[in-house]
Design a protein around this ligand. Sequence first.
Ligand code: UGA
Length: 445
Amino acid sequence: MSEHDATSPRSFAVIGAGYVGLVSAVGLARMGHRIELVETNPDRLVALRNGLVPFTELGVQEALTAALASGAVTVLDHTSRTSAEIVLICVGTPIDDQGHADVSAVEAVLADLAMMETHPIIVVRSTMPVGTSQRLLRDGHVRDEARFFTVPEFLAQGTALADFAKPTRVVIGRSPMSDRAAEAVLVEVFGAFGGPLRLVSLEEAELIKNGANAFLALKISFANEMAGLAERSGADVGPVLEAVGLDPRIGSTYLRPSFGFGGSCLPKELQTIATSGQERGLEMHVTAAAHLANIAHQERFAERIEAILGGVKGRRIGVLGLAFKAGTDDIRSSPAVRLAGWLLEHGAEVHAYDPAAAGHAARTLPDLIVAGTAVDAVTGADVAVIATEWPEFRALDWASVKDTMATPLVIDGRRLLDPTVMRELGFRYERVGSPTSEAAGVPLR
Ligand code: UGA
């Protein structure tokens, strides 16, 4: 019998205060657990010690403020200082251009844990390619295989806290020789959130995570390819995908066309799966193609802007949105940032606005002119390009915006605006997934 009953609080160390770690920390704190949040990055540490969330994520600032005030979360600067019963490893595992994940941050945490006198349950939440856990065990990075688990997260940025509180499934990966008492603790803690529970092998847990992300990416790549075909067939992709998705075997989610998808997870997972297959002598045709398609969609959109404008060199282009999606300040693999970079490389003067991600983007693209408001970004512009689906772009007073632009032209990479309304206002309005119009009488200079 454990010293804890089914509802008693546990002590956790959460290593890494990125969005997975921080959301896990405040989400567990809300369930009554005590959390030591470990962050080694000096800037993030200073922010956390001042009670500030170092990124944009809905609801997390309020949750952290409450958890720090109640003492449920404390902030530490090194793994070695923890004394927790359960350690969640939530550090980054970036991939290189060849699709190889860099898990050195996970290895470094495991090395610290191996030196400690305490003997916590170790849970990896960082995304790792299939086979990584077995390699870590084989190479001696893990002190006690029986107390080593992977519990992948399925949080999406922008809704991470809600996703954590209501998981679609709870997957616990463990070794055949796992310590049953430790396993029971994890079932109790993570099972408390509800959602179907799956106890699987370490490889299976890794593949579930890799596969779920890759499948979402496949769906979007397919939607975007259909959008391209619709553009060239005189069709609008909106009603097409809506009706395709009505078949419950297909479903309507993740079929929203855009000019490409980004973020730290979906693009990476396609490459990870392709590389995992190649390493085992298996060509992963479908996932490899979805990755190439995502790059091609982004290039095609940039070229469409160029074709509509008759060249981008010397043109003033207002880009609305830089984050990889709305609701975050994250620009990792952001199609919007890649587009802005492409336009700059091709000689355009790019003025951009994003409510959260502009600072990050400006550091990546020094020639980008960052505007303080959406209206400033498009004032005097030859075209306004919608690159991230922030609701505030839909709410803009487009009638007034029109008067500030050099040419009333909007090219919508997110299908955010209503074509009828925009055309009634006198805009030439083009969007992903609809054929290029006959210029609608709006002259381009
Ligand atoms: C993704 C998954 O959705 C999460 O389940 C997973 O836990 C997470 O990765 C992770 O591995 O940590 P996230 O990267 O936050 O979450 O982003 P998504 O909301 O999935 O969006 C990814 C990209 O696809 C964005 O650029 C978004 O704009 C685009 N997208 C999404 C579309 O273009 N169309 C859609 O229908 C949906």
